[in-house]
Design a protein around this ligand. Structure first.
Ligand code: NAP
Length: 520
């Protein structure tokens, strides 16, 4: 069966150019075909979003919350269909699909609670002082308002939680922005199931038609056309550094440049401080294996590099880790492109001078050609510091273990790293208190610092930061996970000298929503 994009409440044009998803576990093409959206579809979706923009911006917090909750209920009602389609399109096991559906639902509810409370708008009030000398002070009040239509690129590695109704879309809708989603070619059926639920929610919640469209097609054609369209005011993306950077550059070169919030590449370094005994090292080896291989190493936060002290503790870490990684069975990666990139990344690392392979990734790629085995490589800090290739992300279940001699080596190592989503330290509390300089450097490199914890299993909450300096993201001032994600799709507007009755409800003197405000 041939399926088309969703352009507001209509279907996209059925053209001849179609694509089919493939089961990465078996290599079989799946039954349904999906039409590449036409330029006409793209233009119509953007125009609908533009027309919906003012109505979306005017929605009350409770109206937006109603929509987000309705959508979360609808997703809860299609879990079994999602399990069937998503396991076939991604090779991910059923518990992961159920877990990710739960996370997607709770993210939508979290944003519903946030916008209903109204507390996200950063309301600031400077009351007039007509008698101030030498000049009177005017009345100024500001708050966050939506930026306008947002394009969201679905993530291959989060077909639900960072795709059609995932964190980027939920935060943009919560801010009051229309959303156009560009589906990922690896899981179009999953995207369409969720997309149909979104359309039903938009209708039943009384949102304007242009609040949502879903576009199928190549990134380099329809994806770039979307980003180039003058109606679009911001972009959310999760994927490769090359893809995110291309979209960022494109958006910067528009007549009206727009922000691109791309979450791209991170090796999530782990620093093991020198004071830990062999027992703790064994515990770390166990935890590391779980974290590095979770989701076949395809989470943004899987740790890819570990710096450990030379000596008996370090040796037992390496021995324990190698033993555990040898036992890890190969599993299908999400799509052929990711499997190929994993192989190329490992080839690049093994080609570096001073790198030794301790556990080779099995060459057996499975029937679907997408299976990948775990890999452990090792080197020393001098070789690491001498070769820039070793700091690049290898997306998959591999770890580079890097030994160091002196704690002072860690400062040079940390300094050489690119921007990261996370950086983790393992050690005694007393050692942490003596690692101020290292922490100071890591704070400039990563969005989230962890102590004696592994970076996978990102908590979705108000204070989490899932972001970091380039190339972890294109804008290190933002987070794509948690309620802070809404700030990407809003901008401050100041109302000067306005009569109270014409101010937005959040800024009125009586504060009817009882939101927290900064008042002077
Ligand atoms: P991707 O190749 O960057 O694709 C993500 C989305 O961006 C797709 O919809 C793709 O379109 C589009 N796209 C890619 N390049 C583009 C360009 N130049 N112009 C316009 N659109 C473009 O990422 P992926 O498929 O998810 O995985 C590939 C690699 O990305 C992985 O091997 C890994 O290295 C990295 N990755 C990293 C993370 C992370 O969180 N760190 C997460 C996922 C992936 P198409 O549908 O046409 O492909």
């Amino acid at each position: 069966m041939i399926k088309s994009s969703l352009i507001g409440f209509s279907k996209g044009i059925e053209g001849d150019s179609v694509f089919t998803a493939r089961n990465p576990a078996t290599g079989e093409n799946l039954e349904d075909s999906f039409c590449h959206a036409s330029e006409e579809d793209v233009a119509k979706a953007c125009n609908l979003a533009s027309e919906a923009s003012l109505a979306m911006a005017a929605l009350s917090g409770s109206k937006k919350a109603g929509f987000l909750r309705d959508l979360s209920d609808r997703l809860g009602g299609i879990v079994d269909q999602l399990v069937q389609t998503m396991t076939a399109e991604t090779g991910l096991p059923e518990p992961r699909v159920r877990g990710e559906t739960g996370r997607t639902i709770s993210q939508l509810k979290m944003f519903a609670d946030l916008v209903e409370s109204g507390n996200w708008v950063d309301a600031r009030i400077d009351r007039t002082q007509p008698n101030r000398e030498p000049i009177p002070k005017p009345d100024l009040r500001s708050m966050l308002r939506p930026v306008g239509p947002v394009v969201v690129f679905c993530a291959s590695n989060f077909p639900l939680a960072f795709s059609v109704a995932g964190g980027d879309s939920a935060s943009a809708w919560a801010a009051g922005c229309p959303v156009i989603v560009k589906a990922h070619h690896a899981h179009p059926g999953t995207a369409l199931l969720v997309g149909n639920a979104v359309v039903d929610s938009v209708r039943s919640s009384g949102l304007p038609e242009g609040a949502f469209s879903l576009i199928f097609g190549d990134g380099r054609t329809v994806g770039q056309s979307l980003v180039n369209h003058p109606a679009i005011k911001a972009v959310g993306f999760t994927g490769s550094r090359a893809g995110g950077r291309a979209l960022f550059d494109l958006a910067s070169q528009r007549d009206e440049p727009i922000p691109v919030y791309a979450e791209m590449s991170s090796i999530n370094p782990i620093f093991i401080l020198p004071g830990l005994g062999e027992e703790r090292m064994n515990e770390i080896a166990t935890g590391l294996q779980g974290s590095a291989t979770l989701g076949v190493g395809q989470f943004c936060t899987n740790p890819g590099i570990v710096f450990y002290p030379r000596g008996p503790g370090g040796e037992s870490l390496v021995a324990g880790y190698v033993g555990k990684m040898k036992e890890t069975v190969s599993s299908p990666m999400l799509h052929e492109g990711i499997r190929k990139a994993y192989g190329e990344g490992l080839d690049s690392l093994t080609g570096c001078e001073g790198v030794e392979v301790l556990v080779p990734a099995s060459n057996e790629s499975g029937e679907g050609g997408c299976h990948a085995g775990s890999c452990v490589l090792s080197t020393d800090s001098e070789s690491f510091l001498g070769n820039e290739r070793m700091v690049e992300e290898v997306f998959g279940p591999s770890t580079l273990l890097v030994s160091y001699e002196n704690p002072s080596d860690l400062l040079r190592i940390a300094d050489s790293l690119e921007g990261q989503l996370t950086a983790s330290l393992f050690g005694e509390e007393t050692e942490l208190s003596q690692s101020g300089e290292l922490l100071d450097i890591l704070e400039t490199k990563a969005g989230r610092l962890l102590f004696n914890q592994f970076p996978t299993g990102v908590e979705v909450c108000a204070s989490v930061v899932h972001g970091g300096p380039y190339p972890a993201t294109t804008d290190g001032r933002s987070t794509s996970v948690g309620t802070g994600a809404i700030l990407r799709f809003a901008r401050p507007v100041c109302y000067q000298g306005f009569p109270d009755e014409l101010l937005p409800v959040e800024l009125k003197d009586s504060n009817p929503m009882k939101i927290s405000r900064s008042e002077a």
